[in-house]
Design a protein around this ligand. Structure first.
Ligand SMILES: Cc1cc2nc3c(=O)[nH]c(=O)nc-3n(C[C@H](O)[C@H](O)[C@H](O)COP(=O)(O)OP(=O)(O)OC[C@H]3O[C@@H](n4cnc5c(N)ncnc54)[C@H](O)[C@@H]3O)c2cc1C
Length: 672
């Protein structure tokens, strides 16, 4: 079997099957509908007892047997790093993979603002139920209740674990851990380490991981990129990885495989994600049968430094924590081109405080992003091109003093000054929404097991907890919950039936997977076309941003699907990848990733087209309330879309997981 798309297959060329121009076809003819699916692992007991019950009923593996069982973990960010450290410490043989030169360079290191936990240290009414409620509501009622409740439940343990590791969370004068607020909530539950929370948490996980590496329970493979999943007798049993420095194609086998490979926001080319973030690990698993959940749910973060030109390849986040003290505004009149400081108070529109008085500048990200887009669309945006709004600290500096502001946000202000050349202590920051996070990912059940037995998925790579919109500071919480507290139980339950029959590189499934990888690499290197990989990536990004970004419409999504199909064809006939396989070859690495992004982009647009409602970060122009807010259609769309790969040239198959809300009442969201 080859995984290189066969360009002569009928999907692209034969009219009638899936026409290249999809404008004339009914959305339904782009996909087929399969059977409904359901999570069968969450016990049928009251929600506050489900996790306890699941842990109690889960099978155990005795310590002596753990040494005989092996687990591959792809990813060393907060999800993969914490899982590898914990499972290693439990005594399993763990093989850990990352494409960076060190596990602690995983993208989690970039996280700035904080991590949520229902500790109620501020005595302001927080509780497990409130964190659960806020997350379900913030996700616009498109997340699974059981998983979200468990996330809220284990959140407090994460803070204790990290404090025990020495993570230097910010403290109040008296020595107690400090908290701040993030969007979509009315309590202070966000723990932080200045603007470097991800880095400090990752150092905690990393040192725990290094300890296990030294102890011999974890074997670390840096600079290795997983390019295929190996499935034997219906179970995930290994991976094919490329040594990125020598080009050697290797096989690795285990009793279970965990993907903790992060999110796919870089499908948009420009995003706040690290340049290396990609979808390959999960996409390759998807092509092998793992269902992909809600691919179109993308988070657009409202506070990023605006795009400054055509040659830019990366966007920078200004942490949401800044919205605790910064006030967002634009001039009341689009004609007003004065310097921000010269615009008097009464001629400013603090539009979030005006439209959403209950939450003000701390509305959830999807709402803040759309509001920024709306004022810019009205012609009131600021800065070059009019794609920006002000984030102003003048009030905070006056109220708290510059020193206090510096202590809380100093590194973020420095970063802003270095990138823009402007001093945010003296003039307001300019911000604009940008792609930041993907709520979609591989579908998993309550055990975080995908639709392929033995394949578990953790962190941003799975779809599980955030519905159609993630609340700020909840990704770090989820990654660490998955790695430290959930997988160690659920994988043990799976491994208790192991060890599974031994597999090695001579197994036909392994041989086939290796051949597919080699084939694809050879094809990429031999095409010798005229366009760079980046030019394809950039074009895909434009299509995705224009048609599957902050606002989507039926017409736009059809255009996007047509164009992405053409782009895919052009890519496989005209891409130019220089160099060879047997060396460090970043063009080759990127080519493989962009090829997968192109396929994913098409599925994202189909998913968005099918969902004819607005929910969370997914705003369908055709589905809005009279005052322009997102309008859900719970009667038709209260489900998770779990897509099955339809094969090269085939149509993807939609399986629906119906969402049932027993503990939170589904309502139209309001932050007014
Ligand atoms: C700028 C920024 C700031 C953020 N701030 C916050 C915040 O304050 N609070 C919050 O809660 N969230 C925040 N987030 C989101 C959060 O950082 C991420 O969602 C989270 O860190 C993802 O962790 P992860 O472990 O799932 O994946 P990652 O940290 O992305 O790690 C992925 C790992 O997988 C490996 N990998 C991927 N593909 C392969 C492959 N094919 N082969 C081998 N290895 C592979 C990588 O090498 C890496 O080790 C922020 C995100 C950004 C972009």
């Amino acid at each position: 079997m080859t995984t290189t798309p066969d360009l002569d297959t009928p999907d692209l060329d034969t009219p009638g099957l899936i026409p290249p121009d999809v404008n004339s076809v009914d959305a339904d003819s782009l996909y087929t509908v399969g059977d409904d699916i359901a999570d069968t692992k969450a016990p049928n007991v009251p929600i506050d007892r489900r996790w306890e019950e699941r842990k109690f009923k889960a099978k155990l593996v005795n310590p002596a047997n753990r040494r005989k069982l092996s687990i591959i973990i792809v990813g060393t960010g907060l999800a993969g790093g914490s899982a590898a450290a914990t499972l290693g410490e439990a005594g399993y043989q763990v093989e850990s993979f990352c494409y960076q030169d060190s596990p602690r360079r995983a993208h989690s290191i970039a996280a700035q603002g904080g991590i949520n936990a229902a500790k109620n240290y501020r005595n302001d009414g927080d509780s497990t139920y409130r964190l659960f409620y806020d997350t379900v509501k913030g996700g616009d009622f498109r997340a699974r209740e059981s998983n979200v409740y468990r996330l809220a439940e284990v959140s407090a343990n994460i803070i204790d674990q990290c404090v025990a590791q020495g993570v230097p969370f910010a403290r109040e004068y008296g020595g107690l851990l400090d908290n701040r607020s993030f969007g979509g909530v009315q309590v202070s539950r966000t723990f932080y380490a200045r603007g470097q929370t991800g880095q400090q948490l990752l150092i905690g996980a990393y040192q725990a991981l290094e300890r296990q590496i030294a102890a011999g329970t974890v074997t670390m493979h840096t600079r290795h990129e997983m390019l295929e999943l190996i499935i034997v007798d219906g179970r995930a049993r290994g991976i094919v990885a490329r040594d990125m420095t020598t080009g050697e194609i290797e096989t690795h086998f285990a009793d279970a495989v965990v993907l903790a490979s992060g999110g796919y926001g870089n499908v948009f080319f420009l995003s706040t994600n690290a340049m290396g973030c990609n979808v390959t690990a999960t996409w390759r698993a998807h092509r092998k049968g793992a269902l992909f959940g809600n691919p179109c749910y993308t988070q657009i973060h409202p506070t990023c430094i605006p795009v400054s030109g055509d040659y830019q390849s990366k966007l920078t986040l200004m942490s949401e924590s800044l919205r605790n003290d910064g006030r967002i505004w634009v001039p009341k009149s689009g004609e007003d081109k004065r310097d921000a400081r010269q615009i008097p108070e009464e001629e400013r529109d603090y539009y979030l405080e005006r439209i959403y008085p209950a939450f003000g500048n701390l509305v959830p990200r999807d709402i803040a992003s759309r509001a920024a887009k709306n004022v810019c669309d009205e012609g009131r945006g600021v800065g070059p091109g009019g794609l920006g709004v002000y984030l102003d600290f003048a009030d905070a500096i006056q109220r708290l003093g510059r020193k206090a502001v510096e202590a809380k946000y100093g590194n973020l202000f420095d970063m802003y000054a270095q990138i823009t050349g402007e001093n945010p202590y003296e003039t307001p920051m300019r911000i604009y929404p940008a792609v930041h996070y993907t709520m979609g990912g591989l579908w998993v059940d309550y055990d975080l097991e995908s639709s392929i037995p033995g394949l578990f998925v953790a962190g941003e790579a799975n779809f599980s907890d955030h519905g159609a919109n993630r609340l700020g500071a909840s990704a770090l919480m989820q990654g660490l919950a998955d790695g430290y507290f959930v997988l160690p139980y659920t994988i043990a339950n799976y491994l208790a039936d192991g060890p599974y029959p031994k597999v090695d590189a001579t197994h036909p499934a392994a041989v086939q997977a290796v051949e597919a990888v080699k084939d694809r690499i050879d094809t990429l290197l031999s095409l010798n076309g005229s366009r760079t990989v980046d030019s394809f990536h950039k074009e895909l990004g434009h299509i995705m941003w224009d048609y599957c970004g902050m606002e989507r419409s039926d017409e736009g999504l059809r255009k996007a699907i047509t164009r992405i199909r053409e782009l895919r064809k052009e890519f496989w006939s005209d891409v130019r990848v220089l160099g060879t396989n047997e060396e460090l070859n970043q063009a080759l690495e990127r080519a493989g990733r962009v090829a997968d992004f192109i396929e994913l982009g098409e599925l994202m647009c189909i998913d968005a087209l099918v969902r004819r409602e607005s929910c969370g970060g997914h705003f369908r122009a055709e589905s809005q309330t009279e005052d322009g807010e997102a309008l859900r259609h719970d009667d038709e769309f209260a489900f998770v879309s779990a897509w099955e790969w339809g094969g090269d040239g085939g149509k993807p198959v939609l399986h629906k997981e119906q969402l049932v809300y027993e503990y939170v009442e589904m309502k139209q969201r309001s932050y007014k």
